[in-house]
Structure formats: structure tokens, C-alpha cells
Design a binder for this molecule. Structure first.
Ligand SMILES: [Cu+2]
Length: 187
């Protein structure tokens, strides 16, 4: 099997062989180097192709008013990403931060705590639902959800987290957007 594969490969490089054998006497060694080089090149193409189609960095803006006119928001407040993707919290407006809501992150996930005005980039490897907040504007409804992958395993426990003031109805809106979760009809 592998012998036949090599023949296929050498067909392509046979032109290289003859050209090189004109230049250099040691044709055998040159051939091996040429084939090896070709394989490395194609392997590199595959690697870079996977990288560009794979992990992405998404942006969440921290704003005083979102695109729909809500005051003190993350935008987008609901974001679905693939495991291994990153999220950058952008300090578009001043006075905001990003940190998880206790009880609203998957088991085994790393926690984070952004400082006020701090732009942080986080990589999410553990699948599940991540509820997070801006600490100064938590009760004003400045909360968000990042869904990593398709797992909704911790959705039920996330739904039972106690949230202050406007965070509660806002989070309910976002939970309704979670893919794979039960979407409650609007009142
Ligand atoms: Cu805020």
C-alpha cells in the first residue's frame, strides 16, 4: 500500500528528478529531498488552513448603551463560540468590567476577574454556559452569557442563580437565546 503511494508521489516529482539530475550527479539523494520537501509544504498548508478555520477571537463591547438602546450592557450580551475560541472584552465605554457570576459557570472552568476599564482576552476550553457580569452595573442588568460549544449541561444550575434587580429579567432574555435550551415564550 505505502509502496504504491510512493509511486504516485514520484510521478509528480519525476520532472524535478530529471531537471536536478542535470545539475547534480547524486540524483538519488536529491530526489528524496525533493519529495520530503513537498510533503512538508503540504502539511504546513493543512496546518494553517485548520488554524484559520478553527479558533477565533470574538469581541464583546462594554458599553453605556447597546445597539438596541439598553443602558449599561455587554454587546453582544449572548454569544456562542466554539471550544478553544477566545473572547476579548473591549472597553468601548469607561467604568465597566467583566467577571463570572458565581454558580453560572461550568464545573472545572477557569474563573476571571477583569479590572474596571480592563480589556481582557479569555480562551474558553470547557464547554457550557458562562454567565458573567459587570460588577458596578450588575443590578442595572449588565450581564451576559457566553455559550461554549453545544453543551447545556450546567444550564439548569445557571438558571437558579440569584440575580439582583434588572439582572434577573435580562438574564432570562439571554438564557432564552441559549441554543439547545428550552426557550420560554415571551410574556
Ligand atoms: Cu458596567
Amino acid at each position: 500500500m505505502s509502496g504504491k503511494k510512493s509511486f504516485g508521489g514520484s510521478k509528480v516529482s519525476s520532472r524535478l528528478i530529471s531537471r536536478r539530475s542535470l545539475l547534480a550527479g547524486s540524483a538519488g539523494l536529491t530526489v528524496a529531498a525533493a519529495i520530503g520537501g513537498g510533503r512538508w509544504a503540504s502539511a504546513q498548508e493543512n496546518d494553517s488552513g485548520q488554524a484559520s478555520a478553527g479558533t477565533q477571537t470574538h469581541e464583546v463591547q462594554m458599553v453605556n448603551k447597546d445597539r438596541e438602546g439598553r443602558p449599561m450592557q455587554f454587546d453582544p450580551a449572548y454569544l456562542k463560540i466554539a471550544p478553544g475560541d477566545s473572547v476579548k472584552f473591549v472597553a468601548t465605554d469607561k467604568g465597566h468590567n467583566s467577571e463570572p457570576i458565581l454558580g453560572m459557570v461550568p464545573e472545572g472552568a477557569e474563573m476571571w476577574k477583569g479590572k474596571i476599564n480592563e480589556e481582557i482576552t479569555l480562551t474558553f476550553d470547557v464547554e457550557g454556559i458562562y454567565g458573567y457580569k459587570c460588577l458596578p452595573h450588575f443590578a442595572l442588568g449588565m450581564v451576559g452569557i457566553i455559550q461554549v460549544g453545544d453543551s447545556t449541561e450546567n444550564l439548569d444550575s445557571a438558571e437558579t442563580a440569584k440575580l439582583p434587580g434588572k439582572a434577573k429579567p435580562r438574564m432570562a432574555e439571554l438564557i432564552a437565546q441559549v441554543g439547545g435550551g428550552a426557550t420560554a415564550p415571551a410574556d
